[in-house]
Design a protein around this ligand. Structure first.
Ligand code: KE4
Length: 427
């Protein structure tokens, strides 16, 4: 496969950008490749600068549930762009998107837009601390909530991918208030809360973990967190930046029937433009400036282009039968992959929640970060390269999710399974 233009761009980028990228997990280091520079996306396809075509399962790391360059999103952006890009003043589309999100997630009575998921989780923690007057937070090992100092402690995604120690620059003081627990270990959380619950401002969790690979919540885990947070007066924060509007229109809260006190969103609600948001009950959210005293701000928060892309994306997703179609597509791929898992000589297990899934190179069930870390990441790298050569673009990391979009055709999905079989059934 000719990637010479990518190579030339990469050597220029290495002089200008740390690691030649603007986000580490794109660097493809853990799969032993140089990053591929993409020129265009359309539907389920990505096209790199050398003209190679790929069936895309990264989907910009989750936002592109409709596929690349969806006509409705493109039209909304073109129309909005004609009137300008940002006014530094409120604009109607901010109200439009807020109404749609509040309508979709009952626990969200009010919401604040940000420009990234990182800002959303960082701000939600500040609000929870301000609201409770407490300082400690509980996060789960392997969960990733963005590049937030107090949350870059045994985090997933790019931190796990690059096997980074907890990031330099995060001070002992910052992480001193972060208490770690194992994902799906409700007993461990119960023990922490029995000792320190009165000082815990918030429990923050990916209700469906996607940043150690896809790891579903164990039976009773989310319910247990809900009751413990309630018992000790801590704020339960669902970080739904990835699973929001992904695993159901109402996200994990709809799928599992659990109500969070605060919810962080991003990715899909921006339809591919920079966005994040945090929301919750009126009592908590009216503590946020200027309604209340907890400060949070952003020059481009709620900017018209991101709002337009988000509104058009959610309007597409709200159409009847959309998630049934997404489930049909996802189940089609998953059933073929599960047959391969059964027939393969490789150690494999597949985790899936709706249209996010991960093939783990381990024959042990992956239920938390320690079981995810036990995977054979070298084998994953070989699989990744094989799939890339077959024109299938997966996440360049064992600790990420693959995303099926509404643009993936049956032929795309079947071709993907065939490509996987050509590697996994021929050890
Ligand atoms: P951003 O700041 O990257 O918009 O969102 C941070 C974030 C917060 N919470 C969850 C659950 C997330 O998954 C993320 C970001 N996800 C990664 C992919 N696993 C972003 C990819 C990247 O870092 O380039």
């Amino acid at each position: 496969m000719d990637v010479s233009d990518s190579r030339r761009l990469y050597s220029r980028a290495l002089e200008l950008l740390p690691g030649g990228v603007n986000s580490p997990v794109r660097a493809m280091r853990s799969v032993g490749l140089d990053p591929i520079f993409m020129a265009r996306g359309e539907g389920s396809r990505l096209y790199d600068v050398d003209g190679n075509e790929y069936i895309d399962y990264v989907g910009s790391w989750g936002p592109l549930i409709l596929g690349h360059s969806h006509p409705a999103v493109r039209d909304a952006l073109e129309k909005t762009l004609r009137d300008g890009t940002s006014f530094g003043a409120p604009s109607p589309l901010e109200v439009e998107l807020a109404e749609r999100i509040v309508g979709a997630v009952p626990s969200i009575e009010m919401i604040r837009m940000t420009n990234s998921g990182t800002e959303a989780t960082m701000s939600a923690l500040r609000v929870a601390r301000g609201y409770t007057g407490r300082e400690k937070i509980i996060k789960f090992i392997g969960c990733y909530h963005g590049a937030v100092d107090s949350l870059l402690v045994q985090a997933g995604s790019g931190v796990a991918t690059l096997s980074l120690p907890d990031s330099p620059g995060v001070t002992a003081g910052t992480s001193a208030d972060t208490i770690l627990a194992d994902y799906n270990d409700l007993g461990g959380v119960r023990g922490i809360m029995s000792r320190e619950g009165e000082q815990v401002a918030a429990i923050i969790v990916e209700p469906v973990a996607g940043n150690m690979g896809t790891v579903p919540p164990a039976e009773g885990f989310l319910e247990g967190l809900r009751s413990l947070a309630g018992e000790y007066g801590s704020v339960l924060i669902f970080d739904e930046v990835m699973c929001g509007f992904r695993v159901a229109f109402g996200g994990a809260q709809e799928r599992y029937g659990i109500t969070a006190d605060m919810t962080c969103l991003g990715k899909i609600i921006g339809g591919g433009l920079p966005v994040g948001a945090f929301g919750g009950g009126r009592d908590i959210m009216e503590t946020v400036a200027p309604a209340g005293d907890t400060y949070q701000a952003g020059t481009l928060s709620g900017n018209p282009l991101a709002m337009a892309a988000g509104v058009s994306t959610l309007d597409q997703l709200s159409r009847p039968g959309t998630y049934d179609r997404l489930e049909e597509k996802s189940a089609r791929l998953a059933s073929r992959m599960e047959a391969i898992v059964r027939a393969s000589g490789y150690p494999l297990s597949l985790n899936r929640v709706g249209s996010m899934m991960t093939l783990f190179f381990s024959d042990e069930p992956v239920t938390d970060f320690s079981s995810a870390k036990a995977c054979d990441t070298d084998l994953y790298a070989d699989y990744f390269k094989h799939m890339l050569d077959q024109g299938i673009y997966l996440a360049p990391s064992q600790f990420e999710a693959a995303f099926v979009s509404l643009a993936h055709s049956d032929d795309d999905l079947d071709r993907t399974a065939e490509a996987a079989a050509s590697f996994l059934l021929n050890p």
